[in-house]
Ligand binder design. Structure first.
Ligand code: GTP
Length: 240
């Protein structure tokens, strides 16, 4: 354990990260990809909280341009995160990984998962259970990044690990601009002054005010998570 830098982490997975090469929905291979990495973290004694998005399900509906009201759409997105959470829970608990989990929802749906109670969720983490937080913050107008920042603060995690398709924060979008260069570290103030899109402002400010570092990294590389918790320089680290 001496080589572990971050003992308690919050992993933010987007809904899209579950799609694999599909246009929407859940790719079981992606679930296995995450389950095996999370299992390794748990075996290293890391306490793992996960906030999962819903864009792989909800944005499909949005794309159909059916003109939903914003609040209705946000609630639909929250339900989508619950579907993803159940899928991830199922993958983690599969015999192949046998990771102990608890799923908690910000909107009560007791037949499906536990309601969110802060002290109970912390206890689950202390007992080595992976806690999956679904339904975002439970309120419309907040993103799942904001939910990640909120739960990270409440769970008193050491770091937020934001998995993305690119390997960190760049001067501009590296998928569109070949001259974009990557930052290894950034301060919160620098992210704001350069107008870099790490998380939405609500989420970002919450992390800044409470000094919770954020690592943005490529979730596609299976060794990244275990390297980050050991303090290796992977992706971009944003801190105070
Ligand atoms: P400890 O109190 O630390 O032993 O935690 P525990 O989660 O093992 O105890 P508990 O008896 O609360 O939970 C047993 C199982 O029931 C776990 O899988 C929980 O996730 C699940 N569970 C607990 N509360 C609820 C609930 O309100 N709804 C649903 N669907 N499951 C629940």
């Amino acid at each position: 354990m001496s080589s572990i830098k971050y003992k308690r982490i919050l992993l933010k997975l987007s809904g899209e990260s579950l799609m694999g090469d599909q246009e929407y929905g859940i790719d079981p291979n992606m679930l296995r990809h995450y389950a095996s990495q999370i299992k390794d973290l748990v075996e290293d004694g890391i306490e793992v909280a996960i906030v999962i998005g819903g864009g792989n399900i909800y944005r499909g509906i949005q794309a159909a341009n059916t003109g939903f009201d914003r609040v209705q759409g946000d609630y639909m997105g929250m339900l989508a995160t619950t579907i993803n959470g159940l899928a991830l829970q199922s993958a983690l608990e599969d015999d192949a990984y046998a990771v102990k989990t608890r799923m908690v929802t910000a909107i009560d749906m007791k037949k499906i998962a536990e309601p969110y109670i802060r002290r109970k969720a912390i206890r689950h983490l202390e007992k080595g259970r992976v806690v999956i937080f679904a339904c975002g913050t439970g309120s419309p107008f907040f993103t799942t990044d904001s939910a990640a920042a909120l739960r990270a603060n409440e769970m008193e995690v050491d770091v937020i690990l934001k998995g993305t398709r690119v390997d960190g924060i760049y001067t501009s979008d590296p998928l569109k601009d070949p001259s974009a260069t990557k930052f290894d570290t950034l301060s919160f103030a620098k992210v704001i002054s350069l107008g870099l899109g790490v998380m939405d402002m609500t989420a970002f400010t919450l992390c800044q005010e409470n000094d919770i570092p954020i690592v943005v990294f490529d979730i596609g590389n299976p060794s990244n998570l275990s390297r980050i918790v050991r303090g290796e320089s992977v992706g971009t680290l944003v801190e105070g």
